[in-house]
Design a binder for this molecule. Structure first.
Ligand SMILES: [Fe+2]
Length: 265
């Protein structure tokens, strides 16, 4: 796995084009800087190693750490500290559904235990900010980084999960054959595509953001607040739907109807 350095050029039509790639952090004779002017496969191989590194950064840091593991901290703390009749429990519990279960699976497969520390609150404004962050991380943020994974990485060379040969250490040594040997084999590719597809699919029992089938709250004030929240989400959903009609590729990952309440998959 590489930690590459990439120089990107912003084109006049707002695209980011890679113009130089160094596959390892420290400059060395066996760590050349690759350019688009190098041979086709030197440049393509360098880009594929970058895509593989970006896949791992996305999956482990952006998706797992910044949504799932953070959502788990909220869930455990909630279960340990807040009684089920407390309004904060009623508010946050729907945003923890399945998170412990999916994280337990992820941890068993991917990482060891990690720690986290958060300072117990002083003002109501602090609490509101934290609870908003907890709900957003578990729902919108997770959806933003998880739902598009198959669209973005389902074509394997754009998100190679494993690279089978070391990166090139000299220019002019990569060919189509070595590139194909470096990419993951068919079995690994199919497994990776299946995992990305599973992670990007809606749950069969999806509970969208702002829907609370367990009716934790029965009191009038929170019930009215929930109705207001649902009305705001409907407006947002309609605005996103209207915007998508004019987009070449519709962006649906943050449509509230598609966003799950919790980091559930
Ligand atoms: Fe996820």
């Amino acid at each position: 796995m590489m930690a590459p350095l990439v120089l990107l050029h912003q084109t006049p039509d707002d695209k980011l084009m890679p113009i130089a790639i160094q596959l390892k952090q420290t400059p060395a004779d066996d760590n050349p800087i690759f350019f688009p002017t190098d041979s086709e496969y030197d440049w393509l191989m360098a880009k594929i190693f970058v895509r593989s590194a970006d896949f791992h950064e996305h999956q482990l840091n952006i998706h797992l750490l910044h949504t799932h593991l953070l959502a788990e901290v909220f869930a455990v703390s909630l279960l340990r500290n807040v009684p089920m009749v407390h309004p904060l429990y009623k508010l946050l519990a729907p945003h923890t559904r399945y998170t412990l279960q999916i994280n337990s699976l992820a941890r068993a497969l991917l990482i060891s235990d990690d720690g986290f520390f958060m300072k117990s609150f002083i003002t109501v404004a602090d609490l509101v900010m934290f609870v908003t962050m907890a709900i957003f991380t578990s729902s919108g943020q997770h959806s933003a980084v998880s739902s598009g994974q198959f669209d973005y990485g389902g074509w394997m060379p754009n998100a190679p999960t494993t690279m089978q040969l070391p990166p090139p250490t000299r220019k002019g040594t990569t060919s189509k054959a070595t590139m194909l040997q470096t990419l993951p084999n068919k079995g690994t590719t199919v497994n990776a595509m299946a995992i990305l597809r599973l992670l990007s699919k809606q749950s069969s029992d999806l509970v969208p953001l702002g829907q609370y089938p367990q009716d934790n709250f029965s009191e009038k004030i929170p019930c009215n607040l929930i109705k207001d929240f649902q009305a705001s989400l409907q407006e947002l959903s309609a605005a996103i739907k209207a915007r998508n009609e004019n987009l070449e590729v519709p962006y649906t990952y943050l449509d509230p109807r598609e966003v799950e309440n919790s980091a559930a998959i």
